[in-house]
Design a protein around this ligand. Structure first.
Ligand SMILES: Cc1cc2nc3c(=O)[nH]c(=O)nc-3n(C[C@H](O)[C@H](O)[C@H](O)COP(=O)(O)OP(=O)(O)OC[C@H]3O[C@@H](n4cnc5c(N)ncnc54)[C@H](O)[C@@H]3O)c2cc1C
Length: 494
């Protein structure tokens, strides 16, 4: 049994504390926010001050990978979430009416997302973890650095931390887990104990985020899911997120360089933009819902990967980073909490195998991170680069989908060709083909590898068949206005 200190009580810290305490370790969680746990999940949404994790008041999707992990390894947490108003979003309820074969298929039991607000999830998890045997939780304690025995590599023996206004204290542990999120200071702390510098890759996601929450009116229901509730208009990405307790949210995201789009950070223009998008408009009908918050904004979003290993040797022993502190991606893909939990359980499993061997534990965790999490980071970086290019071309008034063709009519620009296959092949196939839809949703929900669509011959044949029909098909209803029209909508609303 090990003494473990977890820095940060967000989703990764909660997942780590849950997984390690249930494996028999003693876990102390140090969380710098000093706001007591509200009495209920509903109060958490109203007034829980979580300034250490400001994204808690943004839309969150909880993917099937996360739900399945809870189902298989912490079913009591899933039950508690359900009792707090979370609900299952099953694939059979997400099939558009244009798909004829609506029968359930083997594997559908795994394709279930969780409809839940981030604050509800965090409140339920927090309550369970705080009450778990083997867990000690300290709110209002900020970690300032690591304690270590010098060496090559240094061995971490604890942390230096301070309760607000109090003296700096040293807390000892066998293992320290950094779960302090995307702004983790671990790089600096490692430097201070003489570790070699960590390797970091980081790239702008190319978007800012704006989210607003709404309540369904008494007697009103969610509109039927007969089309996409999230899509990419190029210059703007949008999505509707199901939450618990009859609350849902809408997120609009656009490039920070697209000045007119930044108007959506204010309620009037946000409403106007949302109402200009058909798939969202139905959710906002006056007899269906009302806003219950202002518009929350967030910028500075990056894809980041930190590697705590150099030439196959850990930079320090006895310290590990989990969740956003190690790796985070564009929030639009909705993967952060799922991957943070996967990461926490990778650590717990590595601990079971290598608990007495600090180096073996670090190497096993790194192998798991490369296998399970890093591919999603690579995929996000590639996708974001293309999305940034599409948005920039639209701002310049160019058509990012127009294919340069040779005199023989063959596509010569692979990026434009892939965009065209996605827009004119994948999207129409998703409307009519249950096989493509299932494959897409399995990928989206992290149940397959990131390249699973491209490497599935049957799926690609179906997508390309739909793509070849593109000129013979009646044009689909546009998912939203052209950029110039949206700029006008926003100007008027401002
Ligand atoms: C706008 C936005 C929208 C998102 N949408 C989704 C989504 O739809 N689905 C999804 O799965 N993910 C989403 N994410 C990602 C998700 O929120 C994160 O991946 C997830 O919160 C990671 O958890 P974490 O515990 O690593 O970090 P956090 O949840 O950020 O928690 C870090 C914790 O550490 C504490 N802390 C920091 N420093 C210290 C210190 N020195 N001492 C003590 N405590 C400290 C902080 O107070 C905080 O509580 C979104 C992120 C953003 C920014």
């Amino acid at each position: 049994m090990a003494e473990v200190i977890v820095i940060g009580g967000g989703i990764a810290g909660l997942g780590t504390a849950l997984a390690l305490s249930r494996s028999g370790h003693r876990v102390t969680v140090l969380e710098k926010d000093s706001t007591p746990l509200p009495d209920s999940a509903l109060e958490a949404f109203e007034r829980w001050d979580r300034r250490g994790a400001p994204q808690v008041r943004h839309s969150h999707a909880f993917l099937a990978r996360f739900r399945n992990l809870l189902r298989d390894r912490a079913p009591d947490v899933l039950d508690a979430l359900m009792r707090s108003g979370a609900y299952d979003l099953r694939i059979t309820e997400m099939l558009p009416p244009t798909i004829d074969d609506r029968s359930a298929k083997p594997g559908d039991e795994d394709l279930v997302l969780l409809g839940c607000r981030r604050l509800t999830l965090e409140w339920v998890l927090h309550k369970i973890v705080v009450e778990s045997p083997g867990v000690v939780w300290h709110d209002g304690v900020q970690v300032l650095g690591l304690e270590a025995v010098a060496g090559s590599p240094p061995r971490v023996t604890g942390v230096r931390a301070r309760r607000s206004g109090g003296p700096v204290e040293t807390l000892r542990a066998d293992v320290v887990v950094d779960a302090s999120g995307r702004r983790s200071a671990l790089s600096k702390w490692l430097d201070q104990i003489g570790a070699k510098p960590l390797q970091e890759e980081s790239e702008d996601c190319g978007i800012f985020y704006s989210s607003r929450f709404y309540r369904l009116l008494p007697r009103a229901e969610e509109p039927p899911r007969d089309g996409p509730i999230g899509a990419d208009l190029g210059y703007m990405k949008f999505a509707v997120f199901s939450g618990d307790s009859r609350i849902f949210s809408i997120t609009l995201a656009a490039s920070p360089e697209d000045t007119p789009m930044r108007r959506v950070l204010r309620p009037g223009p946000f409403e106007a933009a949302a109402n200009a998008i058909p798939a969202i408009r139905t959710w906002l009908e006056p007899d269906r819902s009302e806003p219950v918050t202002g518009v929350y904004g967030m910028a500075g979003l990056r894809n980041r990967r930190r590697v705590f290993m150099r030439d196959g040797i850990p930079l320090a022993l006895g310290v590990h980073a989990i969740g956003d502190a190690a790796i985070h991606t564009n929030p639009l893909y909705g993967r952060g909490c799922s991957l943070a939990f996967v990461h926490a359980y990778l650590l717990a499993d590595a601990f079971r195998e290598h608990g007495d061997d600090s180096e073996g534990l670090a190497l096993e965790l790194e192998r798991g991170t490369r296998r399970e999490i890093e591919p999603w980071y690579r995929s996000a970086v590639t996708q974001d680069r293309d999305a940034c290019e599409v948005a920039a071309q639209q701002r310049r008034g160019e058509d990012p989908f127009a294919m340069n063709t040779t005199s023989g009519g063959e596509a010569v620009d692979p990026a434009r060709f892939m965009r065209s296959v996605l827009r004119d092949g994948l999207l129409p196939a998703l409307r009519t083909d249950a096989v493509v839809m299932r494959a897409f949703l399995r990928n989206f929900n992290l149940l397959e590898r990131p390249d699973s669509l491209l490497t599935n011959g049957d799926v690609m044949r179906r997508v390309l068949a739909a793509w070849r029909e593109r000129d013979r098909r009646a044009p689909a209803e546009p998912l939203g206005p052209e950029r110039a029209e949206m700029v006008r909508v926003l100007e008027q609303a401002a």
